[in-house]
Design a binder for this molecule. Structure first.
Ligand SMILES: [Zn+2]
Length: 159
């Protein structure tokens, strides 16, 4: 007997579930928003300011993005990198996209503020050792909300 492959539905999707709660989301889930994209603080990341950029539509690959979503993507990546640099003082930002973790297949781009003094072993792809790692505790919700508010203000030009 063959088993049908698991299908990730929108209802089971973490990103879609949060997008459905707009506009009641806490600051950490609503750093920025436009008609195509939402920016949130990453879940389970042991680094304050680690962001994810997610399309408001449920898509699981870059190839599924509509032209309008694609047109806005580059601007968000650069604006968020500038805001992270200004707010966190990071040396540079990393950008990565996999969307492979169970329950997180909704397309999302990681935007990671790489601190100047980061352990060299955590630089480059090693940064993902900070995700879901008890040795690198996740910031408190209040801390994530605080930096989210700062980043939102920076993106609005209020800082
Ligand atoms: Zn989704």
């Amino acid at each position: 007997m063959s088993v049908a492959p698991a299908v990730t539905t929108v209802a089971a999707c973490f990103s879609c579930a949060n997008t459905a709660l707009l506009p009641e989301l806490p600051p950490r889930e609503l750093v920025a928003l436009d008609e195509h994209w939402r920016v949130a603080h990453a879940v389970g990341a042991g680094l304050l300011g680690w962001l994810v950029l997610v399309p408001r539509r449920h898509v699981t690959t870059i190839a599924e993005l509509a032209d309008e979503e694609a047109a806005a993507l580059g601007g968000w990546q650069v604006r968020l990198s500038r805001a992270l640099t200004e707010v966190t003082g990071c040396a540079k930002t990393y950008l990565a996209q996999f969307s492979e973790a169970p329950g997180f297949s909704h397309l999302h781009f990681h935007l990671v503020p790489r601190p100047a003094d980061l352990d060299p072993q955590l630089r480059g792809p090693g940064i993902f050792a900070l995700l879901g790692n008890p040795a690198h505790p996740v910031p408190e919700a209040e801390e994530m909300d605080g930096i989210a508010r700062q980043l939102s203000a920076c993106l609005r030009g209020d800082l």
